[in-house]
Design a protein around this ligand. Structure first.
Ligand SMILES: Nc1ncnc2c1ncn2[C@@H]1O[C@H](COP(=O)(O)OP(=O)(O)OP(=O)(O)O)[C@@H](O)[C@H]1O
Ligand SMILES: Cc1ncsc1CCO
Ligand SMILES: [Mg+2]
Length: 262
């Protein structure tokens, strides 16, 4: 694999416009994360304009965390546009195991073949129909428990599947990687998983999906490690994390990335 820093440098050089249909909890955090990494975020979900806006973006992210009926239609319309014009899009099936509405919406979105699915282990298990022990939107299963489900989903969609957790697992159904970067404070700040989708989306623009996703995860986790060194707890960590994302250089990423083939 090419060095991870290469993908960060290329993303920053293009400063891609990323269209996000995300949840109310994540909107502000995610936009700030995307600005910190060097991308250009736009949070657009209104049904009359969402498909039109998708045409402008280099990548789309779809997160079902606080969807309602109109948002769901907008997600399907925008994802259909991206698939039709061969641009990348990322699906985060937040809390998919919890309700019928989430399951039905995710089934429609899976049919549109997301370039990348990024979720915690419990969501990947639920999405593949294998169950899982979610606590609402939080994971209750270890990453290893979802690795086989991730491979099944990747084969089904033809895309990349990323399972986040203490050690992330990424596969396209043929190759797989584990990324050891990250810090235990990350799941203590809400919407950091959601915001990670936005970083993956930015890395996907004009770059190969599997390698771009691995690089985005290593970058995100390494920024978490750096931020944790000065944080007193989840509050100061959130602030330090934005600073670390902005300050990390491609060279430091290549040096600090903990990526191994699985
Ligand atoms: N225990 C941990 N140790 C180290 N890194 C972690 C740990 N848990 C999560 N991470 C990292 O946190 C980031 C977000 O992943 P996480 O699995 O928490 O997403 P999520 O459950 O979808 O979060 P949310 O729904 O709150 O947005 C990833 O970069 C992941 O590697
Ligand atoms: C807490 C929460 N509830 C719905 S979406 C969300 C953000 C983390 O997934
Ligand atoms: Mg999540």
């Amino acid at each position: 694999m090419t060095e991870t820093g290469h993908y960060l440098a290329k993303m920053r050089a293009t400063a891609p416009l990323v269209h996000n249909i995300t949840n109310f909890v994540a909107m502000n955090v995610m936009a700030n994360v995307q600005l910190a990494v060097g991308a250009s975020p736009a949070m657009v979900h209104a049904l009359p304009e969402v498909a039109e806006f998708a045409l402008l973006a280099g990548a789309l992210t779809v997160n079902i965390g606080t969807a309602d009926t109109d948002w769901a239609e907008g997600m399907v319309q925008a994802a259909a546009v991206m698939t039709r014009i061969s641009r990348p899009w990322v699906l985060d099936p937040v809390g998919v195991g919890a309700t019928r509405f989430r399951q039905d919406l995710c089934a429609r979105l899976l049919d549109l073949r997301p370039t990348v699915i990024r979720a915690n282990a419990s969501e990947i298990l639920a999405l593949s129909g294998l169950g899982g022990q979610a606590h609402g939107v939080d994971a209750g299963d270890p990453v290893e428990a979802a690795e086989a489900a991730a491979r099944v989903l990747a084969a089904q969609t033809g895309g990349v599947v990323a399972v986040s957790g203490p050690v992330d697992y990424v596969t396209d159904g043929r190759q797989a990687f584990r990324i050891g970067n990250g810090h235990a404070l990350m799941p203590k700040v809400t919407a950091l998983g959601c915001s990670l989708n936005g970083v993956i989306g930015a890395f996907l623009v004009g770059q190969p999906p599997l390698d771009a996703t691995v690089a985005a995860l290593a970058y995100y986790g390494l920024a978490g490690e750096i931020a944790a060194k000065e944080a007193q707890g989840p509050g100061s960590f959130a602030v330090a994390f934005l600073d670390a994302l902005a300050a990390l250089t491609p060279e430091a990423l290549s040096a600090g990335a903990k990526v191994r083939a699985a």
